[in-house]
Design a protein around this ligand. Structure first.
Ligand code: GAR
Length: 189
């Protein structure tokens, strides 16, 4: 059994979707969810599926030791970021080389970098007059949104779109592809 840890800061719809996707898998398990917000929606979503979740402060994430201890406790093989809005410390990247991935709600390298998360991304895409957006799944390195791109999928940006309607379309792409891509990556470990 390969164990995944998901890091999430917010609502956690991607974390829930991934936990559901692997719920009946005999080879991959979402073993634990870590968050930097005690009141994030992700806790209730995954706890309802029997996945334990824990909250650590920003300082604890930065120092890495308590995070690494929790990942060891759950025998984690692979780390999946799903709407995680805190920087990943080098010590964690060193402990999981090429084993930390993120999903970004736009087509990197455009609309990435510090401050580009959630609705900020969709607002920027609309403000730039783009006719296409999508998702990027990439390896995580020490720089925001600059790790090796592993997968992209696109969707149209429609003239009447608001940040919310575009976010909904992008979320559908995330649900359709993120678990499947993670499954493929784990098969190569
Ligand atoms: C997702 O759209 C994800 O791509 C984005 O946050 C959302 C989280 O939604 N991540 C980033 O913007 C990272 N820069 P969720 O909590 O419902 O899964």
């Amino acid at each position: 059994m390969k164990n995944i840890a998901i890091f999430a800061s917010g609502s956690g719809t991607n974390a829930e979707n991934m936990a559901r996707y692997f719920a009946n898998s005999e080879s991959i398990k979402v073993a634990v969810v870590l968050s930097n917000h005690a009141h994030a929606g992700v806790h209730a979503r995954v706890n309802a599926l029997g996945v334990p979740s824990f909250t650590f402060s920003k300082e604890e994430f930065a120092s890495a030791a308590p995070i690494l201890a929790k990942l060891t406790e759950f025998a984690v093989d692979f780390v999946v970021l799903a709407g995680f809005m805190s920087k990943i410390p080098d010590a964690l990247l060193d402990a999981f080389p090429d084993r930390v991935v993120n999903i970004h709600p736009a087509l990197l390298p455009k609309f990435g970098g510090k401050g580009m998360y959630g609705h900020h991304v969709h607002e920027a895409v609309l403000a730039a007059g783009e006719t296409e957006s999508g998702i990027t799944i990439h390896q995580v390195n020490a720089h925001y949104d600059e790790g090796k791109i592993l997968f992209q999928a696109t969707c149209p940006v429609l003239p009447a779109d608001t940040p919310d309607t575009l976010a909904q379309r992008v979320h559908q792409l995330e649900y359709a592809h993120y678990p499947r891509v993670v499954e493929q990556l784990l098969a190569t470990l």
